[in-house]
Design a protein around this ligand. Sequence first.
Ligand code: RB5
Length: 161
Amino acid sequence: MRIGIGNDHVAIELKSIIKEHLEAQGHEVVDYGTDSAERFDYPISGYKVARAVAAGEVERGVLICGTGVGISLAANKVHGIRACVCSEPYSAKLSREHNNTNIIAFGARVVGQELAKMIVDAWLGAEFEGGRHQRRIDMLAEIETTQALAAAEWQAMDATE
Ligand code: RB5
């Protein structure tokens, strides 16, 4: 798989470890930076990777900053992006199966190297299940494009699912 990766100055070391880990699995990793220890604003790399995913230049994206929060917020501003911050593999797996996430983020100040590898592996190993989850993804897209959500859809939601 072709995967985009991006980070800020806090996450240079973890970025290179994850990049190496993914390449060892046969993935092609496109690095959108940064590799500098100078202060680097996370919206830049978050946006670059998100734009590449949305444009189909890469299939998925991995983003790392101090907490994963800022860089995922930046990515989620790009249309078509569903980025989540995960600090453990269970949410990472479910974010694919239920939410069809196309970007995962985590924090270099939050997770250790081995846990970060487990998170990424769980995420890449899971597939979107579709079905009832697709309706919710469609609703997310509706909010994104129209800044509204049709009331009929609210009614159709089965709260038990
Ligand atoms: C940088 O100090 C820090 O704010 C950044 O890495 C990230 O955690 C933001 O969400």
